[in-house]
Design a protein around this ligand. Structure first.
Ligand SMILES: *Cc1c(COP(=O)(O)O)cnc(C)c1O
Length: 387
């Protein structure tokens, strides 16, 4: 296979060859690179487990209880014989959390996005999608066969220009993320909701990185921005701030009934394992009851940013996701390596995850990092970035 060999060589030459890095996470949330002969555990700035719920005692206990009571697997897809009542229990909780009539679980966020979009629009329709939307959204768009209009990231003028030119009489879908995963910035949701109404489109919002962190009870940014009623498809995942796995969509009863019948990644895939449902139920209960966890996170984010700012890195991001731009892929990888030797683990995000020439180190702040560690690493990071 000469083609594979040369493709791999090309990737290596660009600094974009990606490799798996086996790690262990210690109980206190450090990353242990014992397979790499790294003696000391590293501070973890790479995980999306923002509230540390993956190891929360209640989450583990409930997950274990569900495992022991309902078994290791669901046995089948929901529409076959896998429709355990516990899925409905979690769906009711999610509908309530998101302020929608109903909800539907998917195996993962990737399955949700790649299944929902082709169910909503088809060959004669049109999709307006932010350029920086996640790969799973992009794949859903391509699978649908609809005409794909990508607007410049968060650029409302460009979105409206495309709506004017391309909306036509077809069915139309606008799809955005509420908090962008690799840039850590927010979608102007109220304005997008306004355009959705003006041009009579469906609106889908992916809240993968916002669920559990925003809104008075953790319901996400559509709750905080009060646009729940304008969002037709409120999608989110359990694998990030909720610390478990899987995904959901919250919508009208009618929309959920439609997706049960149309979304192929729901219909033709085995239902989630019971232990995951137990974990997600416990995590949802925690985010609803304990706003203190969110406050702790935002406090830590402020501390870290202040330190970066003091070290000469101005305006380091808006959320818990802090991308520090580098540009070239190989330089980004070198910086990541240097930081590892300083006890800091952050991921080098490179094309094709982000556009060419915009490689960056992505830092995510989590509740597991202590204030002292955040201050110490803020100093080290700004030193290497301004050097
Ligand atoms: C992580 C992510 C997904 C995919 O979710 P998984 O459950 O990991 O498959 C989808 N959309 C966005 C914006 C994400 O960040």
């Amino acid at each position: 296979m000469a083609k594979i060999k040369s493709w791999l060589a090309g990737r290596k030459k660009e600094g974009n060859f990606r490799q798996l890095t086996p790690i262990c996470r210690t109980e206190s949330g450090f990353i242990n690179l014992k397979y790499h002969n790294h003696a000391t555990p590293l501070l973890d700035f790479s995980s999306n487990d923002y509230l540390g719920l993956s190891t929360h005692p209640d989450v583990i206990a409930e997950s274990r209880r569900y495992l022991e009571k309902y078994g290791a697997g669901a046995g089948a897809a929901r529409l076959m014989s896998g429709d355990l009542f516990i899925f409905h229990e979690l769906e009711n909780k999610i509908a309530q959390l998101k302020g929608k009539e109903a909800a539907l679980l998917f195996g993962s966020g990737f399955l949700a996005n790649s299944g929902i979009i082709p169910a909503l629009v088809g060959r004669h329709d049109v999709i307006f999608s932010d350029r920086l939307n996640h790969a799973s959204i992009y794949d859903g768009c391509r699978l649908s066969g609809a005409s794909l209009q990508r607007f410049r990231h968060n650029d409302l003028n460009h979105l409206e220009e495309l709506l004017k030119k391309k909306r036509g009489k077809k069915n139309a879908l606008i799809v955005v993320e509420s908090l962008y995963s690799m840039d850590g910035d927010f979608c102007p949701l109220a304005e997008v909701a306004f355009l959705k109404e003006k041009y009579d489109c469906l609106l889908m919002v992916d809240e993968a990185h916002a669920t559990g962190l925003f809104g008075s009870n953790g319901g996400g940014l559509i709750q905080e921005k009060k646009i729940i009623n304008q969002v037709d498809i409120a999608m989110g995942t359990f694998g990030k701030a909720l610390g478990s796995y899987g995904a959901y969509v919250a919508a009208s009863r009618q929309m959920v009934d439609y997706l049960i019948n149309r979304a192929r990644s729901f219909i033709y895939s085995t239902a989630l394992p019971p232990a995951i449902i137990g974990a997600s139920l416990a995590a949802v209960a925690i985010i609803q009851k304990q706003p203190t966890l969110r406050r702790e996170l935002w406090n830590k984010v402020q501390i870290f940013k202040k330190e970066l700012n003091n070290g000469g890195l101005k305006n380091p991001g808006l959320s818990q996701i802090i991308p520090l731009p580098v540009g070239s892929s190989s330089k980004t990888v070198r910086l990541a390596e240097i930081l590892r030797h300083q006890g800091i683990f952050a991921t080098a995000v490179r094309p094709p995850t982000v556009p060419a020439g915009t490689a960056r180190l992505r830092f995510s702040v989590t509740c597991r990092l202590s204030e002292a560690d955040l201050i110490k690493s803020g100093k080290i990071i700004s030193h290497y970035f301004t050097a």
